[in-house]
Each structure stands twice: as C-alpha cells, then as structure tokens.
Design a protein around this ligand. Structure first.
Ligand code: FAD
Ligand code: DLZ
Ligand code: SF4
Length: 516
C-alpha cells in the first residue's frame, strides 16, 4: 500500500496502537493533517508476546484496518503496515525506525501504551536512538495516573468501593447533588440471582463480515494456525458504528436484568445478560463515559432499574478504572507476585477443555469458541480452580492475557494476579475468592450434568472443588488464618474430626496428583 506523504515532510510520525482506535485521542487533537503522518502496524511481536486467541488477533487486525480507512476518510495521511508486507519489521520500535527513515521524519508522537512492557520498549528505543518522543497520557480514562496516586497515597487499604464513590462524584453519574441516586452508593444486595434457561434470553448483536474481515480471517488462519481458539463464528463489531449499535442492543435487550443475573452461569448461555462490550471499549471503539451516560439515560427514561444501572456503571467507572490505577501504581513488580509460592504448571485442559469437571469444560470451551467468558466464570470457575490447585500465578496470568478478546495486561493482570489468585497479598481483595462446589452449584446448572457429585465432599466421585477448597486453606494457613473474613472457615475446619480432615487432604492429594 502506498501513502500520500504530505508535501512538507517536516511533520511528526503519530503512532496509533491497535488498542487506540479512537478519533478522540489527544494526540490527534493538536496534530496537523497537512504535515503529520499516522503510523499503524500489524507486527509479529504484538501478535505473539503471548499466544493470543485467533479471534482476538482477527478482531484487532480487522478493527485496525477499518480504523485506518476511517482516519483516511477524515483527511489523515496514514501509513498502514500489514503483517505480510515485505517491509514489515516485526516490532513496533523497528517499524518506527524504518518509517522515520523512509518518510524523512524525526519526531514521534503517541498515546501512552496500555501495557508497561510496550511503554518501556518504546521509551528505551527512543532513548537509544536519540529520537524525540512525545508520549502523551491516555485521556480515554476517567481517572488520570496522578489522580489515582493522590487517592492511593497514605491509605492503608485501597478498596474499590471508596474509589468508586470518588468517580461517581467526579463524573456526576447517578448523583443528586452530593447524594447518590436512590440514597445508596451500591445496590449489589439486590443482585446475583441464579438464572433459568429461557427462549427469550438476549444475545449480543451479530455483525456480518465484510471483505476486510474475510481477508484478516484468512490471514490469521494461515499465520496463527496453532494458536488457541476458533475463528468461527465471527460476529464481532470491527467499527465504531457497529460497536455503538452493540451498545444500543445491550441497553435495549439485556441491561434491565444485568444486575439480577450478573453472577449466574448456564451451560448453554455464554453471554446471559452481560454486555459483551469490553473488547470494543478496550480497543477504543467505545468510550467509557459514553457507555455510562447511555446506561444512566436508560434509568432516567424508566427503561432499566437502578440496581442494574448502578451495578453496570460501577463495573466501568469503579472496577475498570480502579484496576488500571493499581496496575500503574504497582508495575513492574506486580505480575511476578506469588504470595503463596504456587508452582504447579497450568493443566493442559485449560487449552483443550478436555476435563470431566462440567463447569470448567463449559468455561473453557466458551472461551475457545468466543474468546469470551463472563466475569463469574473467569473468577469463580477457572480462576478459583487455579488458585485452589496452587497453579503458578504467572502461568495463569499469561493464559488469561492470551485467551480473551478484551485482554490487555493493564486490566487483566490486577484481575488475575490480585482479584482471582490473591497472589498480591490482599492489595486488591480483602479475602481470596475461594469457593467449594457449593457456590458453583448455587449459581449455575453445571453440576446437574457433571460426572462429579457436588454433594460428595471426599472420595473419587466428589466434586474436586470440595477437597481442594480445604487443602488450599490448610496449605496457606500461615498467610490466611489471621484474615478476619476467613475466621469462620478455619473454625469449621478446627471443629472437624481428624478422620474427616484426613479424608479431605487425601482426596485433595488425589486430585492434585491427577493434574500432574
Ligand atoms: P459486563 O459484565 O457486561 O461488564 C460491563 C463492563 O464493565 C465490561 O465490559 C468491563 O469493561 C467492565 N468490567 C467489569 N468487571 C470488570 C473488572 N473486574 N475489571 C475491569 N473492568 C471490568 N476485563 C477486561 O476488560 N479484560 C481482561 O483481560 C479481563 N480479565 C479478567 C480476568 C479475571 C480472572 C477476572 C475475574 C476478570 C477479568 N476482567 C477482564 C473483568 C471482567 O470479567 C470483564 O471485563 C468482563 O467479563 C467482560 O465482559 P462484558 O463486556 O460482557 O462485561
Ligand atoms: C494485542 C495486539 C495485537 C495482537 N497486535 C497488535 C499489532 O499488530 N499492532 C499494534 O499496534 N497493536 C497490537 N496489539 C495491541 C498492543 O499489544 C497493545 O497496544 C499493547 O499491548 C498496549 O496495550
Ligand atoms: Fe464443577 Fe464440581 Fe459442579 Fe462438577 S460438581 S460442575 S466440578 S462444581
């Protein structure tokens, strides 16, 4: 592909990354369409720093290509490097060097990458090559780095709930002056019911593939043959227009029950009442505040109840902003946190879905088919199992980073290392999200068809989560017994007969041996 280089090649090279697909990036606001050139590049290094799900790569490449077309229609000069181009240099720093040389430019402007790894690589490259690099803060978030640091400073505990209230005040979302709408900040107590299969269950909006997407799918199938995941079905939005329609579809079909069934799991319903918007939001096709304002409007128009709307807004201006703050506060050490010294390798069934545990098989096969699993599957099924079984959190982290279409380290790592594995020593969560089979049975229909019996506590037919739960608490007693939120669990253990305790530990050992 050739590009029209602006007549005066004295402008700057503006690097736009694959997850910066937004026209409202601050780097574009003061850029000059007559002099500056935008660079977008599909590079092997970004496509393989973890073995991404095929669908994640296809989604991003197609969305990048569509975004490049949009930028051109908006009057920008865009240099777009395809993965198979002969002058593709394989990494973003090498591509930058090459483009600066061929375009005769010397300055690079970009929005800060979302991942520490890439930020470091580009800053190092600029320093080593004496390139003038203007790296701007990413303004697509509600909370800036400085604001989060100020909030975190001097606090003993960094709890999301208090941060969230600050974000409500800052944005004015669901606020009546200084007071929260309805008098309470959080309506979680009204949420979290189990769901029933239903003919009228909403589904995310499906988009048909165009020629650009077909090209990308063929490329990914050829170049990433061995990667995890199915390309079919492929119905994701790859343009902002379609992402906005996906948001509208969610608000009209699923939002009213989002809160009620937020934690429910059904074998045949991977999406339930979730929005399936995170991949669009994280890639830049949607903006967090535009989503929240639309959802808030549904409440004021009487189209959705407060528990659903507050719960949804909390996920975005609360959890999403909070985990990003934690990531930048704690990197680069955060991804190596391993307070339990867990060393077991990730079982192969995380890649094959070949396991008799029906809940795990459902979560992993949905992940394989859609590059998606909803929050409770990630937290209380695959995440819970990994923590109970003592899987190395770094391996768990790399799996999550690879397999979800919405996964970027800034949002994935705190959710995995902190929330789901409790490997950060309780920085993010006040207690580990550890649960026996009982929780999964309460919230899902998985146990009804499982080869294991959720009611059996020990023995070869017992649900593996049951003995592993106790084994986890015992293995990590030195770190966990003092946690007031686990006092009840340890007292229950202390009251058990020695024989029962022994049966739990023997059953857990058998489950763990089988993993090896
Ligand atoms: P919905 O359930 O409809 O929620 C609405 C939106 O809220 C999401 O789109 C998302 O933007 C935001 N949100 C909800 N929960 C969180 C959260 N805990 N942290 C940040 N944002 C949140 N989210 C990612 O975007 N990328 C990840 O790589 C990722 N990895 C996760 C790993 C684990 C172990 C866990 C427990 C959670 C992870 N999450 C991640 C958070 C959450 O599970 C996903 O955002 C959500 O499942 C995406 O589906 P959805 O768009 O249907 O979300
Ligand atoms: C995830 C990803 C992939 C698969 N490929 C590319 C790519 O080829 N070019 C690019 O600019 N970005 C890609 N990305 C997104 C980047 O990895 C992302 O910008 C960083 O991880 C920072 O969040
Ligand atoms: Fe999962 Fe246990 Fe239920 Fe089987 S019995 S589905 S392993 S919770």
């Amino acid at each position: 592909m050739t590009i029209q280089v602006p007549a005066q090649a004295s402008g700057r090279l503006i690097l736009v990354l694959g997850d910066q697909l937004s026209l409202s990036l601050s780097v574009l606001r003061d850029a000059n369409k007559d002099r500056d050139v935008i660079l977008m590049a599909e590079v092997a290094e970004e496509a393989s720093y973890v073995p991404h799900h095929k669908k994640k790569i296809a989604f991003l490449f197609s969305a990048m290509r569509h975004h490049a077309d949009l930028l051109r229609r908006e009057g920008w000069s865009v240099r777009y490097v395809h993965l198979d181009d002969s002058d593709n240099k394989g990494t973003l720093p090498d591509q930058l060097s090459h483009e600066l040389g061929t375009l005769g430019l010397s300055q690079v402007v970009m929005t800060e990458p979302g991942e520490y790894r890439l930020k470091q690589a580009i800053c190092d490259w600029a320093a080593q090559n004496g390139v003038a690099l203007d790296m701007r803060e990413d303004t697509r978030f509600v909370c800036s780095h400085a604001e989060f640091q100020t909030w975190a400073q001097g606090r003993k505990q960094l709890r999301m709930e208090y941060f969230y209230r600050e974000m409500r005040r800052k944005t004015g979302l669901l606020m009546n002056g200084d007071a929260p709408e309805g008098g309470k900040w959080n309506y979680d107590a009204e949420n979290r019911k189990p769901a029933q299969g239903d003919l009228f269950m909403p589904q995310p909006r499906h988009v048909s593939r165009d020629a650009i997407t077909e090209d990308v799918l063929a490329l990914v199938e050829t170049r990433f043959t061995k990667n995890f995941g199915s390309l079919d079905p492929f119905w994701l939005a790859v343009t902002r227009e379609d992402a906005i329609m996906a948001l509208e579809h969610f608000v009209q079909t699923a939002l009213p029950h989002f809160g009620d069934y937020q934690d429910a799991m059904l074998t045949e319903e991977p999406f339930l009442y979730h929005s399936v918007l995170a991949q669009y939001l994280n890639a830049g096709l949607l903006d967090p505040l535009e989503i929240c304002r639309r959802v808030e409007r549904a409440y004021y128009d009487g189209d959705a109840p407060l528990n659903a709307v507050e719960g949804y807004i909390r996920q975005i201006i609360g959890w999403r902003e909070y985990v990003r703050g934690i990531y930048w506060l704690k990197m680069p050490d955060y991804t190596n946190a391993n307070q339990f010294d867990a060393k077991r390798p990730l079982p192969t069934f995380y890649w094959t879905a070949q396991t008799d545990m029906a809940c795990m098989a459902a979560a992993i096969s949905q992940t394989r088919d859609h590059a998606y699993a909803h929050h409770i599957q990630r937290l209380m099924v695959t995440g819970n199992f990994a923590m109970l079984a003592g899987i190395d959190p770094l391996e768990v982290h790399e799996w999550y980073l690879a397999v979800y279409a919405d996964a970027y380290e800034w949002v994935e790592a705190p959710n995995v290392i902190g929330m789901s594995q409790f490997a950060d020593g309780g920085l993010l969560a006040s207690k580990p999200y550890a649960a026996s089979g009982n929780y999964i049975n309460k919230m899902s229909d998985h146990c009804q068809t499982c080869r294991y019996d959720v009611k059996q506590k020990t023995g070869p037919d017992a649900c593996p989560f049951n003995p592993l739960y106790w084994d986890f608490l015992l293995r990590n007693e030195d770190k966990l017994r003092g946690n007031p939120r686990l006092g009840h669990a340890y007292r229950t253990w202390d009251r058990m007969s020695e024989e029962k305790q022994h049966a739990y530990r023997t059953s857990a050992a058998a489950v763990l041996d089988a993993l090896a």
